[in-house]
Design a protein around this ligand. Sequence first.
Ligand code: SAH
Length: 412
Amino acid sequence: MSGDRAIDEAHDPALESTPAVDSRARVVLRKGRARPLWFGHPWVYANAVDRLEGSAEPGATVSLVDHDGRLIGRGLYNPRSQIPVRLLTRQDEPIDGAFFRRQIATAVALRGRLGLPSAATTAYRLVNSEGDDLPGLVVDVFGDALSVQITALGMAQRRADLFDALEEACKPRSLYEVAAASYADLEGFSAQTRVARGESRPRVACLEDGIRLEAEPLSGQKTGLFLDQRPNRVRVGQLARGARVLDVYSYAGGFALQAARGGATEVTAVDSSARAVARIEAHAAANQLAVRAVEADAFRFLETATPRSYDLVVIDPPKFARARKDLDAARKGYERLNALALNACAPGAILVTCSCSQNVEPDEFERILAAGAKQAGRRVRVLERSGTGPDHPLPPAFTEGQYLKVLFAHVA
Ligand code: SAH
């Protein structure tokens, strides 16, 4: 969740012409290290690898076999990564343009099964990396545009095939590539935020459960909008009737807009980014909804808010724990934030508290809420536990992919 990004619309053909090799090399696992992979886990960690048989350049595809030589599947190889193999398939099949067309057709069919897109919702995730057997590839749909983020070298080398397959399946008016600089550095490829195919537009219109939104793939955060919270925003809309609502870390106003449409008596949305606040105001106007947008630091705002003055409070901060070593500081930050949000809650209010730190486990996050309640001197009960929506599928037990935790709590 980085800050606002520089706009770079340059079309650089070199980005799409790196040769991608479908090699016959095999990565052999150490004895006893194949079990998670047989159970559907998609990653091979460096310390599980015994040897490479044959030769493979970084980014090539390889076959993965267990210590006895049994084929587990085929995947992307990158020896300089902590995850040298990411599985694409469990079959012994060539990884080529036809393969990517099939994977993307499968992803489209799953969204169709989920009712996406619909008359009310045209913003959703089409490809969720490992969850769609396309590790290192995220594709979000915003109306008639696609926003693509690449986080693995092998995928970066196959941009041309991927973009062709996406164009064929979705016929987008614009296809954006949004750079994920930290992953590109780790994996060793160059990435630019740009319009890769089609029309260059600064924003693209889409709908979320009937709310009109505009995504900014070139200049916004993440791929343009945060789609992972969609079902939770809809739920907040259902809980907002008659409530005084506070949406902190609001970004484009997703929770605030749903609350306003759901019948909130007043809605305040807070974000520290001026660009985000401008979006909230534009979105409120486009939907003829009343939202007061405030540009402020979340902690500052909550420290000076009138105590016990809101009936529904949402806190959806950026990642506090980027790595395991940040965990202690992150825990303290979350506790303090939750305590401050609880101070703002009137008796009988609902607090919707979120964490997108993958390193903070679900039970740990509940303990954080309990500690925040202790600090604030309030009693809370968890009503609902939620996370990402169904357009973010994941293999079971792939805890590395589970990052979002959302608790709906009643505040006494
Ligand atoms: N709730 C949003 C997503 C939030 S992402 C949604 O439903 O779409 C996190 C947001 O926190 C970003 O918009 C970022 O600009 C904002 N942010 C980061 N640091 C902040 C701070 N210290 N105070 C307030 N907002 C902050």
